[in-house]
Design a protein around this ligand. Structure first.
Ligand SMILES: Nc1ncnc2c1ncn2[C@@H]1O[C@H](COP(=O)(O)OP(=O)(O)O)[C@@H](O)[C@H]1O
Ligand SMILES: [Mg+2]
Length: 304
């Protein structure tokens, strides 16, 4: 039997004749944060729902925590905490009541639930909101409550579908910090996101998905290094095509986009030397990132 926490092998899923997940294979190892990164409609939520046994694959094999899914999804689910893409908290209930309801749902006794509530409130920084109704909470507080709720039965694996989407930067950083503390406690996380920055910061490894297909897998920095190189120079204000010829020998790759030239290189200083003495150029030099990887692999912008 596999020791991986999640295995997907050649999984396919269609809705109404449209292939939404197209031969997806990946493995999530214990204790890692594994990301499914892709634009809206890529098939991330469908994949997450198949992990949970909430959507049936048409083909392929899935195991979760050693159980075949969907066949024995119920057994796996008892050890998984779920953060769905859209919060489904009880709006008329207080923070504390939401945790109580969920604990009962997992078959916990009242005293077991009371024993864990203080640490969950502390974890989610909601100690002062225990008696506030969900309708009184900010978006970030609701998201933190949803994460706390997912932890009530001390699951080994957390499946989080876009945990920080729709939050302002401050709230998002707080969620990232909470997720890191879960990883430090040895939890395994499957995370979906369309934020490249989130994937780059949090994920040990990720699978970049586009139109239901895996287009790249690996550690964020390894993907960047192998697809792009270390540095990007964005050069504005010159004749892009002429500059492209000039810089070609010093770049791993060059790309003209409108009026600007993108130069992907391991040696930005060499590129700059070539440009010395040219007036009117504006040069932005930055480290390569996952967005560059995505653009390279798909040739188009990632939509929100
Ligand atoms: N229950 C469903 N019925 C029909 N189509 C669906 C259903 N769920 C998802 N889809 C379609 O599958 C595609 C992928 O959706 P989804 O998995 O939600 O993508 P993502 O989470 O990456 O945005 C979309 O085109 C979506 O409209
Ligand atoms: Mg989704």
């Amino acid at each position: 039997m596999s020791t991986a926490t999640i295995t997907f092998t050649g999984v396919r899923k269609s809705y109404g004749g449209k292939l939404v997940v197209n031969g997806l294979s990946f493995r999530v190892q214990p204790g890692e944060c594994f990301g499914l990164l892709g634009p809206n409609g890529a098939g991330k939520s469908t994949t997450a729902r198949m992990v949970l046994g909430m959507a049936q694959p048409d083909a392929g094999a899935i195991t979760v925590l050693g159980e075949p899914v969907p066949l024995r999804a119920r057994l796996a689910r008892a050890r998984i905490g779920v953060v769905p893409q859209f919060d489904n908290l009880e709006p008329g209930f207080t923070v504390r009541e939401n945790l109580q309801v969920f604990g009962r749902y997992f078959g916990m006794s009242a005293s077991e639930i009371e024993a864990v509530i203080p640490s969950l409130l502390e974890f989610s920084h909601l100690e002062n909101k225990a008696h506030a109704r969900v309708t009184e909470l900010s978006g970030g507080m609701k998201r933190r409550l949803t994460i706390a709720r997912a932890l009530i039965n001390d699951p080994q694996l957390l499946v989080m579908d876009e945990p920080s989407t729709g939050l302002d930067p401050h709230a998002r950083h707080l969620i990232w910090e909470r997720l890191r503390s879960l990883l430090a406690r040895g939890k395994t996380i499957l995370l979906t996101t369309h934020f490249m920055e989130e994937a780059e910061r949090l994920c040990d490894r990720l699978c970049v998905i586009d139109e239901g297909r895996s287009i790249a897998q690996g550690a964020p920095h390894a993907l960047i290094e192998e697809q792009i190189g270390s540095h990007v120079l964005e050069i504005y204000g010159g004749n892009s095509h002429e500059l492209r010829v000039l810089l070609g020998p010093y770049a791993q790759r060059t790309e003209v986009s409108g009026e600007s030239l993108f130069c992907y290189t391991a040696d930005p200083e060499q590129v700059r030397v070539q440009l010395q003495g040219r007036v009117g150029l504006r040069i932005l030099q930055r480290p390569a990132n996952l967005e560059d990887v995505f653009l390279r692999l798909t040739g188009r912008e990632m939509k929100d």
